[in-house]
Design a protein around this ligand. Structure first.
Ligand code: ATP
Ligand code: MG
Length: 469
C-alpha cells in the first residue's frame, strides 16, 4: 500500500525526532552515569587507600578497635562518613565492620575474593543491605614480608543515583512521549500546509482541458512548488499557443481551399448553361488555373505537415549550396526575364552543409521567388552566398516594395500575406516563408529579414557548415 506524501513526511519527521530524542536521552544518561560512578569510585577508593595504610601495624598486626571508623575519623582525620567499611582476614572472615553497617555485611563473591588474593582491586555493584545497590571496592592489604594480611572493602550506597536515574527515566519517557505526540500533530499540520499548493495544482490541472487552456495555476511564492507551478503554467501556455496555431491553421487552410472551390463551382455552373464554345474554353482555362492554385496550396500544406512529422528523421546528406543555388537560378532566370527584373549572383562561394538537398533547394526557390514576385519591373534581385564563422550565409536582396514594420513580425506565419488581394492574384498563399522557416529550423540555422517599405528587402539565411572529416 502506498501512503500519501503527507503521511510519509509526518512519519519520517516523527521517527527522526523520536530516534534523536532516544539517542540524546541514552547518551545523556550514560554520560551522567559514568560521571557519577567515577566520582563514587574515586571517593571509595581514596577511603580504601587510607584504610590500607592506617589499619595495619608495622608488625603486620591489624589495628581494628571497636568503632574503628569513628576513631579513624576523629584521630586520623579520615573521612569515612557515609561509607560502609568492612575488613576481612585472608581467609575471607569478617574481622571488623563500620558501625553504619549495623546488622548487614558487604557480600564478597568468590571471584572478587580470588582477585583480591591475586593482589587485584575490584569494583562492583552489590545488592544486599536493603533496596538500594551499593558500589563496593575490594582491596587486598599486602605486606612485603608477610604477604596477604587482610582485605578491605569500602562501599557507598547508590541510593541517590538510583533515585536520580529513576526520575530521569520517568521524565525522559514522559517527555519523549509528549514530544512525539505534539510533533505528530504539528508535523501533520505542517505537511498539510506545505502540500496545500500541490493540491491546488492538482485541482487546476484537472480542470484544464482543450477548452479552457487559458486557465493558469496561482503562483503565490517563488519556492520549489511555486517554480513547479510556473513551469506547468509555461507548459500550458505553450500548449495553448500550439492549439491556437493548429485551430488557426485549420481555419486558414479550409478557407484558402474553399475560395477557389467556390469560384470554380460558380464559373462551371455558368459555363454549363452557356452555348458559347469560346466562353466555355475560357472558363475551362481559368478553372485549370484555380485547380493549379489549389494543388499548389495542397502541396505546400503537405510539405509543412511532412516537415512537422519528419523533424528528427529528415535525411542528412552533404549538400553543396553553391551548386544548388546555380541550378535554382538557371530555372528562375526565365521568370525574372518575364517580370523584367534583373537577377544576379554577386558571390557564390563553395559552401557545404549537412541536410536535405530537396528542402534546401526549395528554401532558395521560395526566397528568390518572393524577391522576384514583390519587385516591380526594372528592379533587381541580388544573391550572395558566402561563409563566415562556421556558417554558410545566403542572402537575397531586392529593390522591391518592401515590408512594413507592422507586418515584419508575422511574415513567417502560415498563410500570412501583407496584401491579401494582390498576393492572392499573384497566386501567393502565404505559405512560402513559413516553409522556409521550417527548413531553416530543421537544419539548425537562422533566417532574418531587413526591410524598408518602398525600398526593398533583404532575407539572410545562416546554416552551419558541414564539418569535413
Ligand atoms: N521579398 C519580399 N518583398 C516584399 N514582401 C515580401 C517579400 N517576401 C515576402 N513578402 C511578404 O510576405 C508575405 C509572406 O510571404 P510568403 O512567401 O510566405 O507567401 P506568398 O509569397 O504570399 O505565398 P507563397 O509563397 O505561398 O506562394 C508575402 O505575401 C508578402 O506580402
Ligand atoms: Mg512566397
Amino acid at each position: 500500500m502506498r501512503f500519501s506524501i503527507r503521511t510519509r513526511l509526518t512519519f519520517l519527521y516523527v521517527t527522526l525526532l523520536t530516534v534523536s530524542l532516544l539517542f540524546f536521552g541514552a547518551a545523556f544518561s550514560y554520560s551522567l552515569f559514568k560521571i557519577f560512578m567515577y566520582r563514587v569510585d574515586s571517593q571509595i577508593s581514596s577511603v580504601a587507600n587510607m584504610m590500607v595504610h592506617t589499619v595495619i601495624r608495622p608488625s603486620g598486626q591489624l589495628f581494628l578497635p571497636q568503632d574503628f571508623d569513628i576513631i579513624l575519623e576523629r584521630f586520623f582525620g579520615i573521612r569515612t562518613a557515609g561509607n560502609y567499611i568492612q575488613v576481612l582476614d585472608q581467609t575471607g572472615n569478617i574481622v571488623a565492620r563500620s558501625s553504619n553497617l549495623e546488622n548487614f555485611t558487604l557480600p564478597i563473591s568468590r571471584d572478587t575474593y580470588m582477585s583480591a588474593m591475586k593482589g587485584q582491586t575490584t569494583f562492583e555493584v552489590v545488592r544486599s543491605s536493603g533496596r538500594y545497590p551499593v558500589r563496593v571496592v575490594t582491596k587486598p592489604i599486602i605486606i612485603k614480608e608477610k604477604g596477604h594480611v587482610a582485605i578491605v572493602q569500602v562501599g557507598s550506597s547508590l541510593e541517590g543515583m538510583d533515585e536520580i536515574f529513576h526520575s530521569l527515566a520517568y521524565i525522559f519517557t514522559l517527555g519523549i512521549a509528549a514530544s512525539v505526540i505534539i510533533a505528530s500533530a504539528v508535523g501533520w499540520f505542517l505537511a498539510r500546509k506545505a502540500l496545500e499548493p500541490v493540491a491546488e495544482i492538482t485541482n487546476t490541472a484537472r480542470r484544464i482541458g482543450a477548452e479552457n487552456l487559458n486557465e493558469r495555476i496561482k503562483v503565490s511564492v517563488p519556492d520549489e512548488i511555486g517554480r513547479l507551478a510556473s513551469t506547468i503554467n509555461e507548459m500550458i501556455e505553450r500548449l495553448e499557443k500550439s492549439f491556437k496555431q493548429i485551430k488557426q491553421f485549420t481555419a486558414d487552410a479550409s478557407h484558402e481551399l474553399k475560395t477557389p472551390l467556390t469560384i470554380l463551382k460558380g464559373e462551371m455552373e455558368i459555363a454549363l448553361r452557356s452555348k458559347d464554345d469560346a466562353y466555355m474554353k475560357e472558363v475551362i482555362a481559368s478553372s485549370l488555373e484555380e485547380i493549379d492554385r489549389m494543388s499548389y496550396i495542397v502541396r505546400n500544406l503537405l510539405d509543412l505537415a511532412k516537415m512537422d512529422v519528419e523533424k528528427e528523421s529528415a535525411p542528412k546528406d552533404i549538400v553543396e549550396l553553391d551548386r544548388v543555388l546555380s541550378e535554382r537560378v538557371e530555372i528562375l532566370r526565365k521568370l525574372a526575364l518575364d517580370r523584367g527584373v534583373r537577377l544576379d549572383i554577386l558571390k557564390n562561394k563553395p559552401a557545404s552543409v549537412l541536410g536535405d538537398q530537396v528542402r534546401l533547394s526549395q528554401l532558395f526557390f521560395n526566397l528568390i521567388d518572393n524577391a522576384l514576385k514583390y519587385t516591380p519591373q526594372g528592379g533587381s534581385v541580388e544573391l550572395y552566398l558566402d561563409t563566415e564563422g562556421g556558417m554558410a550565409v545566403f542572402s537575397v536582396t531586392d529593390s522591391g516594395i518592401g515590408i512594413s514594420k507592422d507586418d515584419l513580425p508575422y511574415i513567417f506565419d502560415r498563410f500570412y500575406r501583407v496584401d491579401k488581394a494582390r498576393s492572392g492574384a499573384a497566386g501567393g498563399a502565404g505559405l512560402g516563408l513559413s516553409i522556409c522557416k521550417e527548413i531553416v529550423d530543421s537544419h539548425s540555422g537562422s533566417i532574418e529579414v531587413k526591410s524598408d517599405e518602398g525600398k526593398g528587402s533583404a532575407f539572410t539565411v545562416k546554416l552551419p557548415l558541414a564539418v569535413r572529416v
